[in-house]
Design a protein around this ligand. Structure first.
Ligand SMILES: [Zn+2]
Length: 478
């Protein structure tokens, strides 16, 4: 841990973010520009995210598989919008085994094309449908401006790819997976995202409709945190994914795709962190409880350590517990270190606690004395269970309050321009690309999503004043 003070969120949010990622040892810069090395603490967090999502995918009938990293260039060219959208970001392999390849290979930016090609072989009849496959893997997009976790050349994610017999089934699947992401974000990560539809300009290249969960970070900027796409028959037609229906007629399948990536680690950092560092939601934290033994000499140590080990064994049955028994570091240093790393709950056990049969609990989300209580040792498990549950709820409530305080409903265009400097605007929008482009040009804010939850009725477009039936969120985004 560096001794230099962490920059505060208010003085330099961007630098605060970078320093947290590095100092908490979540990730580091790789030798290749724009790539990241995910360190063990960051990967442990990602593994917990994976576990929470994978459980939900399987509960909704999906299975995992693995498709290749390399894709023939010709595959990408089969879907027009898809190739146009991804061409500027492609990494292309031209040589293999010392010779130039006949056909260049693309390092996958996403896998609709190669999976579409395989589905065309596997799907023959309506009996083969639906096909519900997810893959955990990595992809490469040659980004120009990169940030650890938020935008890197290579990132880790899951991508679900499904094929269905009917349009309705595919649309239902798209929304089901959006809802799955919403449930994960809210109930596991305590990140209060808003689910909605992307504008045609912001949608996935090749999709008919894209849906997103959008979160507000603590600098009020939006982060697209997961997406689910209804692909219609676009990829089915490009890749000949056809099946014989019950009437023995040849039909194109309807497909979807959906993904959530290591970017979500960035969402957790920027939704919950404070000036002392990271704050991790208990349900996803790699370490939920850190025990710091306190002693001054060997006599005190021999009194304290057996109790610490006993507590570790007991709590270890239900929780992810770590004992910080590092020598030559003061308790104060250790407290700061674990606060910076965002461990939700700290237990302090010293000689006086052992004598009294008690322990001190300190909550990460409530710094200082406000978050510290002394509890009887025999009730420790009950107190810890309750505290972790309270922290999870408190983080969510705090994030909701922050978000709602920074969403405004400006009256008119001038007010909109002010609002998006430091917050989100929620307004009527006529749906035209022109109005959207004007806002982007004037303010750098983009449409984040047309929320599924609409007020109904109609109103005047905030830009052009024409009658509009849907409201949209505008914000500057990562
Ligand atoms: Zn308009």
């Amino acid at each position: 841990m560096s001794d230099e003070k962490l920059p505060s969120q208010s003085e330099n949010f961007s630098e605060w973010y970078n320093q947290i990622v590095l100092r908490a040892e979540l990730a580091d810069y790789a030798p290749v520009r724009g790539c990241m090395v995910v360190r063990p603490y960051g990967w442990a967090l990602w593994e917990n995210i994976q576990e929470a999502l994978d459980r939900r995918f399987k509960a909704t009938g999906h299975v995992n598989a693995a498709f290749p990293l390399l894709i023939p260039m010709s595959f990408l060219q089969k879907e027009k919008e898809h190739v146009e959208g991804f061409s500027p970001e492609l990494a292309v392999v031209t040589h293999g085994g010392g010779v130039e390849l006949e056909e260049p290979l693309v390092v996958r930016p996403t896998s609709e094309t190669i999976i579409g090609d395989m589905y065309s072989k596997w799907i023959k009849s309506y009996r083969d449908l639906p096909i519900l496959i997810n893959q955990w893997g990595n992809v490469v997009r040659w980004e120009m401006r990169t940030r650890l976790f938020l935008r890197t050349l290579e990132f880790y994610w899951q991508e679900g790819h499904t094929a269905h017999a009917t349009k309705q089934e595919a649309e239902e699947e798209t929304l089901r997976m959006l809802d799955t992401y919403y449930d994960f974000a809210v109930n596991e990560a305590a990140v209060p995202v808003i689910p909605g539809r992307k504008s045609p300009q912001e949608k996935f290249a090749g999709a008919v409709n894209s849906y997103t969960i959008e979160g507000m970070m603590r600098d009020t900027r939006a982060l697209q945190s997961g997406t689910s796409h209804f692909l219609g028959q676009n990829f089915a037609k490009a890749f000949e994914i056809r099946f014989l229906d019950q009437g023995n007629e040849l039909q194109y399948a309807w497909t979807t795709s959906w993904g959530l990536s290591t970017r979500f680690v960035g969402a957790i950092i920027m939704t919950h962190g404070d000036d002392q560092g990271l704050i991790l939601p208990p349900r996803l934290a790699p370490t939920q409880i850190v025990i710091v033994p306190i002693f001054r000499d060997d006599a005190e140590k021999s009194m304290v350590m057996p109790v610490v080990e006993q507590v570790q064994r007991e709590l270890g049955v239900s929780f992810r517990v770590k004992v910080d028994d590092r020598e030559n570091l003061t308790p104060g240093f250790k407290f700061n270190d674990w606060e910076m790393r965002g461990v939700p709950l700290r237990i302090e056990i010293g000689p006086k606690d052992v004598q009294k049969g008690s322990a001190a609990l300190a909550r990460r989300d409530r710094p200082g004395k406000a978050g510290k209580v002394f509890v009887a040792m025999e009730q420790l498990t009950a107190h810890v269970t309750e505290a972790l549950s309270d922290i999870q709820t408190a983080l969510y409530d705090r994030a909701v309050a922050y978000r709602d305080a920074n969403i405004h409903e400006p009256e008119g265009y001038e007010a909109l321009k002010e609002v998006v400097k430091n917050g989100w605007a929620f307004t009527w929008w006529c749906g035209s690309a022109q109005c959207e482009a004007k806002v982007k040009e004037d303010t750098k804010a983009t449409t984040r999503c047309i929320p599924l939850d609409q007020p109904g009725g109609s109103g005047a477009c905030v830009v052009c004043g024409s009658r509009s039936t849907e409201k949209v969120y505008w914000a500057r985004a990562y």
